[in-house]
Design a protein around this ligand. Structure first.
Ligand code: CP
Length: 313
């Protein structure tokens, strides 16, 4: 197997700042990690002796567990910090928590936080490599990488594909990271949402906007659905869930407007019957479970790429 490609970054804080070549190199490395994860002996030695701490201030199933598996498959000692029973609950700040963990000499911190920019701030205070596992509505870089890997494996390319990102774009870090990555790789992006669920500065994104889902889906190669993030909403952005599903939920009838071989994607967790019909989520065009498998491979690739810059050498 080839060595990890040269990767000139100490941290992965966002897709912003990665070049198309660096993105392609991470995806190529992730292809190798898929093979490792599919064999009986799933262990590599790249992070042997290294310590990885997963620090999640927000709930997670996929990202946290896949970072844990990825670190372990590369030989690291992985600790999941139980924030719910930590001193954060006693009023300790993010930075104090980070500095406390930093004093224990970890090599990698994987951080999810509800505030945009919090992970970057933390990265400035510690000596180890920091990976953004999602910060507020800002970025979720490994999600965009795993989405790109899933698409590339099915379509053979990203360049020139028509990708529809649908739903609660306003509150979505997944949408933001995907827009940056897919644009960098030459895909054409359509955002489909009611005006209330689009970001205010949407005209700066350089994408096509559709308020009518039926119009937006015509001929697309990929339909990426997003969860309605009710926990981030401070006001009523949709009149009712029933109406939202009627106009913006992906069902069999709306999916028929996309290309016949269009992929159906969702980063999870899914709200069945809110943004996606179970018949579509579990249907033949869905690659949602495959996205989860790609998540482990992409996170292994990111950890391997960052291994070149780990401290304590
Ligand atoms: N897609 C995603 O970030 O899922 P989790 O919230 O379960 O990690």
């Amino acid at each position: 197997m080839a060595d990890a490609p040269s990767f000139p970054h100490q941290h992965l804080l966002g897709i912003q700042g990665l070049s198309p070549l660096e993105i392609s190199a991470l995806l190529d490395l992730a292809e190798e990690e898929i093979a490792v994860s599919r064999q009986i002996e799933k262990k590599k030695q790249t992070l042997r002796g290294r310590t990885q701490i997963n620090l999640f201030f927000e709930a997670s199933t996929r990202t946290q567990s896949s970072f844990e598996l990825a670190g372990k498959r590369l030989g690291a000692d992985v600790m999941n910090m139980a924030v719910a029973v930590s001193s954060v609950k006693k009023g300790e700040t993010l930075i104090d928590t980070a500095m406390t963990l930093n004093a224990m000499r970890p090599d990698i911190l994987v951080v999810r936080h509800h505030s945009a920019g919090a992970v970057e701030l933390l990265a400035q205070k510690v000596e180890c490599s920091v990976i953004n596992a999602g910060d507020g509505a800002h970025e979720h870089p490994t999600q965009a990488l795993l989405d790109a890997l899933t698409i590339r494996r099915h379509k053979g390319r990203l360049q020139g594909l028509k990708v529809a990102i649908c739903g609660d774009i306003r509150h979505s870090r997944v949408a933001r990271s995907n827009i940056i990555l897919l644009q960098a790789m030459g895909a054409q992006i359509r955002l489909i949402a009611p005006s209330t669920l689009l970001p205010t500065a949407i005209d700066r994104f350089g994408v096509d906007i559709f308020n009518d889902m039926r119009q937006g889906l015509v001929g697309v190669d990929v339909v990426m659905m997003l969860r309605l993030q009710r926990e981030r909403m401070s006001a009523a952005y949709v009149p009712s869930i029933r109406e939202y599903f009627r106009y913006y939920g992906l069902d069999v009838e709306k999916l028929a407007l996309a290309a016949p071989d269009a992929l159906v994607m969702h980063p999870g967790p899914m709200n069945r019957g809110v943004e996606i019909d179970p018949l579509v989520a579990d249907g033949p065009q869905s690659v949602i479970r495959e996205q989860v498998e790609m998540g482990v491979a992409v996170r292994m690739a990111v950890l391997e790429a960052l291994a070149q810059h780990l401290p304590n050498r």
